[in-house]
Design a protein around this ligand. Structure first.
Ligand code: NAG
Ligand code: NAG
Ligand code: NAG
Ligand code: NAG
Ligand code: NAG
Length: 362
């Protein structure tokens, strides 16, 4: 009999502890997140906002399927969990990590509760463009980094915020880049679009006043994009279908330092006489093309890659207009292997002109 009373007391005690605020909040949070991931109750924050305590918001708000470490109260980690939906994002979160899951869609309003988001990492999921709601990112005025690489996007999402600084959309299947995709992104410094199916960018790059890196490797471009941004310093265009270069392409881009055009379809006929004779350039990669002659380059250039072309002649005048003690090239590395010339084809004055070279590969 006494044992029964004891058990009943114990049960009451347990029951009482279950009703403690923390437990009930955790339970509510759990229900809320479940409701959310099923698409109900989008205004839950208003319903339950009064229950949250100031001390442990991250613990109480954190969706069960994610982790919100108290040591990084602005971050929420939901990566590598086989998730199929975007979990609820509490309003104080600034950095979310959803990468390496199986997320196929981003429904409208999913980020509306978290206007402070600065980073969204969603790479390596299964996102398709037709399952991304209209303007899902548009109400995030502080978003600076967006990682969407390694998905199944076929077009650049609409309404990306102007505040972006780094945008990763590489390794998708993007062929559609609406002309206003990057409009107003005056702080964007790096745009990663490599390994997609882009044929033409039109004027989409216009107005990217801060862009320094543009990676378009492995697309289907037939020409160099128009309206290259004024501060562009690194331009990666390898593995496209480019056969010619506009005459003023470099001279109007004084900041360009690194230009990579290997694995394209360039011929000498497609390269105007002084296209690469520009003193700002430091590295020029023209390997794996169809060149038969060495194009004229500036004496300031330091690295020139010309391997795997059809070059038949070592023309010193391509490097030095005048060769004497005061006039020489700054070239350090010259790669010419897999062409139609050999060491015997290098004339004597090359030694004087290329006196700074440390590496000449034939
Ligand atoms: C990728 O998207 C296309 C539509 O653009 C769709 O047909 C295809 O099933 C998607 N593939 C995967 C693996 O989701
Ligand atoms: C660019 O950055 C500056 C300084 O951080 C900020 O004041 C400005 O609002 C940003 N521009 C855009 C379009 O977000
Ligand atoms: C890529 O997009 C094209 C249409 O633009 C489609 O035909 C093709 O199936 C897509 N590839 C994949 C792997 O989804
Ligand atoms: C290359 O540019 C320099 C400086 O602008 C110029 O003096 C030189 O004549 C040009 N080279 C050729 C081959 O036109
Ligand atoms: C050759 O060197 C002299 C002396 O440094 C310089 O004045 C001249 O401009 C140089 N010529 C060329 C074509 O670079």
């Amino acid at each position: 009999m006494r044992g029964w009373i004891f058990l009943l007391l114990l049960a009451r005690l347990v029951d009482f502890s279950m009703t403690q605020q923390t437990n009930s909040l955790t339970w509510l949070s759990y229900l809320r997140n479940r409701a959310y991931s099923h698409g109900y109750g989008r205004s839950h924050n208003n319903n339950f906002g009064s229950l949250s305590t100031e001390d442990e918001p991250s613990v109480l708000d954190c969706p069960l399927e994610c982790e919100c470490p108290t040591t990084y109260p602005k971050a929420m980690y939901c990566n590598n969990r086989r998730l199929q939906h975007v979990p609820f994002v509490p309003s104080h979160i600034e950095y979310v990590y959803f990468q390496n899951n199986q997320i196929t869609s981003i429904t409208n309003g999913v980020f509306d509760n978290a206007p402070n988001l600065a980073w969204i990492s969603m790479h390596t999921n299964k996102l398709s463009s037709d399952k991304i709601g209209k303007n899902v990112f548009a109400k995030l005025p502080n978003l600076e980094r967006l990682f969407l690489h390694n998905n199944n996007l076929s077009r650049v999402p609409q309404g990306l915020p102007c505040s972006l600084r780094d945008l990763y959309m590489n390794h998708n299947n993007i062929s559609v880049v609406p002309v206003d995709s990057f409009r107003g992104m005056s702080n964007l410094t790096a745009l990663h679009l490599q390994m997609n199916a882009i044929e033409d960018l039109g004027n989409a790059l216009e107005g990217l006043l801060s862009l320094t890196l543009l990676d378009l490797r492995g697309n289907r471009l037939k020409k160099i994009p128009e309206s290259l941004p004024p501060k562009l310093s690194q331009l990666y265009l390898e593995y496209n279908r480019i056969s010619s270069i506009p005459a003023d392409f470099l001279s109007q881009r004084p900041e360009l330092r690194f230009v990579r055009l290997s694995h394209n379809q360039l011929t000498n006929g497609g390269i105007p006489a002084n296209a690469f004779n520009v003193s700002t350039l430091v590295e020029l990669d023209l390997s794996f093309n169809k060149l038969e002659r060495i194009p004229t380059i500036s004496t300031s250039l330091e690295n020139l890659y010309l391997q795997a072309n059809k070059i038949k002649e070592f023309s010193v005048s391509s490097f030095c207009r005048v060769v004497d003690t005061n006039n020489y090239s700054n070239l350090r590395v010259l790669r010419l292997e897999a062409n139609e010339i050999s060491a015997q084809d290098i004339p004597n004055e090359a030694v004087l002109c290329l006196r700074l070279a440390t590496n000449i590969d034939l």
